[in-house]
Design a protein around this ligand. Sequence first.
Ligand SMILES: Cc1cc2nc3c(=O)[nH]c(=O)nc-3n(C[C@H](O)[C@H](O)[C@H](O)COP(=O)(O)OP(=O)(O)OC[C@H]3O[C@@H](n4cnc5c(N)ncnc54)[C@H](O)[C@@H]3O)c2cc1C
Length: 469
Amino acid sequence: MSTDYDIIVVGGGGAGMTAALFAQAAGASVMLLEADTKLGGATRLSGGVVYAAGTSVQQAMGITDSPQAMYDYIMTLNGWQTRPDIIRLFAERSAATVEWLVSLGAEYEWVVKSGVDTVPRGHCTVGAGDTIGRLLINEVGAKGIETALGTRVDRLLVEDGRVVGVHASGMDLRAKAVIITTGGFGNSPGMRARFFPSAAQHGDIVYSVHNDAPFILGDGIKLGEAIGAQITGHDTGLVLPSAGLVPNSVEAFLPPWCMLVNDEGRRFMPENSPYAVSGYLINEQSGAHAWAIFDEKTLVEGSADKRFSDPYHTGEVSQTWDEDLIRKHVESGKIRRADTLEALADMVGINRLALSETVARYNSDAQDGVDSEWAKQAPKYFPIDAAPYFAVEVRASVIGQTSAGLDIDTKGRVRDRNGVAIPGLYAAGEILGCVQGNRYSGGGMGVGNALTFGRLAGEEAAASLRVNA
Ligand SMILES: Cc1cc2nc3c(=O)[nH]c(=O)nc-3n(C[C@H](O)[C@H](O)[C@H](O)COP(=O)(O)OP(=O)(O)OC[C@H]3O[C@@H](n4cnc5c(N)ncnc54)[C@H](O)[C@@H]3O)c2cc1C
């Protein structure tokens, strides 16, 4: 078979650049195709948190951890509704990803508890995703990997059941193996409706963090579907809570100073829960929403404390829960205000009797400085007892990651609808539908997945050339 390259990588984000680098290191000639006019994708826009267990960085900070503990946590959190073989691989190879980033020049001053486990595994890259993107781009350049920007792949070439190249910009390019690393589909309303209905249900207010990466449109799903690839992971992904006060804004946590209740007037989680659980829990309430309740005194004092808004030390502090902004939205009618809690409950449709019970308990807990029912850990506990009272609607309407997509085996090979590996086709990163289960396990799972499975795909695709030579 005459080919233009050994391996073509489709998508030049974190997974794609990593796959290209490791494939080339294993001796393959590589072409990296990127639809955008620059490399980096969502990876470069990200917070740069990398989820990993058993790293030298953790060790230096005195954190005891292991791949087995990471595996156990992810499987348990997901009620085993995710693939043990894939999670085992991820857990076992995650530390090597961090060590590799360190070898390229990444620095880590913080490792945070980014999920609901007891172990800090979220490795916060100094300089966030921009650092990771820059280091990878430099490395791709330094290694002389051939790259074509502005080149959007629209079809896979298949001969005798084997993927033999791609079609892009009106041209066929042939290769012995193709690696799909096109990222997620957060920017495509059609794909969201089809594959992520629990996020799409919020309609026009849905915002995806992928907004500034214009080609995060689910192309990899289309490329795979057209040749019989299995699409898996329906309606999984990361949804982040939002008050919708600042257009297109993202924040990882709700403020610890508010009390969150459902329409039934009951609390249902610690308000500042990690997004490993918070957005999902809000979506499960009636009306798929919740109400942040606080009083005048809390608004003034609580909103001045911004510590909650940058948990991953990126240097970006959210403005969403500022006093001025809240007052502005009271005027616009988006936030409701009333002189009594009963009137507030009636205004927004919360069960007023239950709300009164909930507030009584909340206030008594605030006095004791302990959340006796939901175990919220907060710098300060604010009672709700000084009129006027406020209610802010919160919805899990921000997409932090999409997780429906291609299915792979433990060699990174894309599987068809019968579970059989499609010859010549590999995939890695957010395009995969088989990594995340029902819950995002913690900050860092996206970049961790991209780089860890990108390396696997690159190495395995290159190894397959030797076998097939
Ligand atoms: C603002 C933001 C913050 C985030 N923070 C974190 C975080 O701190 N930690 C974490 O783990 N995750 C985070 N994530 C998620 C994480 O960044 C992604 O899941 C991960 O980086 C995806 O990597 P990828 O290589 O699969 O895709 P990407 O990095 O998105 O790369 C995909 C590339 O493929 C290109 N492409 C698409 N279609 C085609 C086509 N047809 N032909 C050619 N090229 C194509 C795209 O243009 C893009 O460059 C964040 C995401 C965002 C946007």
